[in-house]
Design a protein around this ligand. Structure first.
Ligand code: NAD
Length: 420
């Protein structure tokens, strides 16, 4: 493996595919794992998560050789590039990696590096579990009821980046095509306009929904809800729903039942051990996650809806400092917290590293290191429950002790050592 400016550690082994067909990975006990600390508060939460994760790996008889990779600010410093080829190549070759947040300028400037990474490496499912940790303050009265996992399609929708800026020749060409050739005259208002395209494909939809159903079956969940605005966007979001149901009906036999069949054939009575696939309109869903929290389980949706819904779910369990995530492709995983780079707190050793640490827990789960994953989660939960927390939680708790990012990580490390 040849790289320009990064050095692959001598110790440790790469994670490799053993069986292309079945997309199975061979996970050594001492893997090499690329880590990108990220922009803004990435400089705080990245090292904190690294310390916690390597402690949990060692406590369960394993080890990790980290391969530091760079993008965003650190990419510009080291390579004079936002997304160096070394970074893309390392995440691709080593298959399982973890990253902190990357800043995306709004309106002008370069396109999102997160979107570019997800698209280039075909990380098609962004998975965000939202569950409550004991002791975390929440704006709702029963935060423990929240236990959902959002599967967000990651490569298409309005996030595909197919858009044209007002005032350009390109946008005028698209306007002309849409009005004159496709017959949507008078659809655009007169004067400057920006235009974007929303692709939703059968391939993109089905592999995402399959992944959500597989997860729900493996984790003994009760339902998968397809979330869409198909009432308005019939040929994109409506088609997502139809393809989603097609997967459920055609590929899972008796293990899965769709909600309409349930009503037609069984009067709404759900048989035991069967996964129900239903659908909800996205705006309604944003209410339901709040008002009927216990009725939902696994959500499968497109890129934009998924972004909104997972943040709304995250708010119910204590906010962005807590919410973990991971991107999955075929035989690859890139763990990353839901939050962004929060530039105003960067480098202050102040913010909460829990989201990044728990993203690492998801990565451990993917590696099959369930004991290490449980250890991380138990240690984080015990630390928070003891009232040892960062500022974001401390300000909403009575009698809690305010710790900095690195102090919180040290407290979690201490608990891992006690619990192991
Ligand atoms: P943000 O998540 O960075 O911050 C919003 C607010 O959430 C912060 O002001 C802070 O109060 C709180 N917060 C976030 N993380 C926290 C933590 N770990 N501990 C405590 N509090 C925390 O969102 P933003 O301000 O909208 O975005 C800032 C930048 O991050 C933008 O450039 C955006 O594009 C980028 N971003 C990147 C990712 C990613 O890399 N995956 C995700 C979201 C946003």
């Amino acid at each position: 493996m040849e790289y320009d400016k990064i050095e692959v550690p001598d110790e440790g082994e790469p994670i490799e595919v053993v069986d292309e067909e079945r997309i199975e990975l061979d996970i050594p006990d001492h893997p090499i794992i690329p880590i990108l600390h990220g922009d803004g508060i990435g400089v705080d939460v990245g090292p904190a998560a690294q310390t916690v994760l390597e402690t949990a790996a060692r406590a369960t008889g394993r080890d990790i050789s980290w391969l530091r990779v760079y993008a965003g600010e650190s990419g510009r410093e080291k390579y004079d590039e936002n997304l160096p080829e070394d970074t893309v190549k390392a995440i691709k070759e080593f298959r399982v990696a973890i990253k902190g947040p990357l800043t995306t300028p709004v309106g002008s400037g370069y396109r999102s590096l997160n979107v570019a990474l997800r698209q280039r490496l075909d990380f098609y499912a962004n998975v965000r579990p939202t569950y409550h940790l004991e002791g975390v303050p929440s704006p709702v009265s029963k935060p423990e009821e929240m236990d959902m996992v959002t599967f967000r399609e990651n490569t298409e929708d309005l996030y595909a980046g197919i858009e044209w800026e007002e005032g350009t020749d390109e946008v005028e060409q698209v306007r002309e095509f849409v009005e004159d050739e496709m017959g949507f005259d008078d659809t655009f208002h007169e004067g400057p306009v920006g235009i974007g395209v929303k692709p939703i494909s059968e391939k993109g939809t089905k592999r995402l929904v399959r992944r959500a159903i597989d997860y729900a079956l493996e984790h003994d969940r009760d339902s998968v809800t397809l979330v869409h605005k198909g009432n308005i966007m019939k040929f994109t979001e409506g088609q997502f729903r139809d393809w989603g149901y097609e997967v459920a009906r055609e590929e899972y036999g008796d293990e899965v039942i769709t909600e309409d069949t349930l009503w037609e054939e069984r009067d709404g009575e759900t048989p035991e051990d069967v996964l129900v696939v239903n659908d909800r309109i996205a705006d309604n869903m944003l209410q339901q996650v709040l008002t009927r929290t216990t009725q939902y389980d696994v959500l499968a949706t497109m890129n934009l809806n998924g972004d909104y819904i997972s943040d709304a779910c995250g708010a119910q369990i204590g906010g962005l400092g807590i919410a973990p995530g991971a991107n999955f492709g075929d035989a690859r995983c890139l763990a990353e917290p839901v939050h962004g780079s929060a530039p105003k707190y960067a480098g202050q050793d102040k913010v909460n590293p829990t989201a990044m640490i728990l993203s690492g827990e998801m990565m451990f789960d993917y590696l099959g290191w369930t004991d290490a994953a449980n250890l991380v989660r138990d240690a984080v939960e015990a630390t928070i429950a003891a009232g040892e927390v960062t500022y974001d939680l401390e300000r909403n708790l009575e009698d809690a002790e305010k710790l900095g990012t690195s102090e919180f990580a040290d407290a979690v490390v201490g608990r891992i050592e006690q619990l192991a």
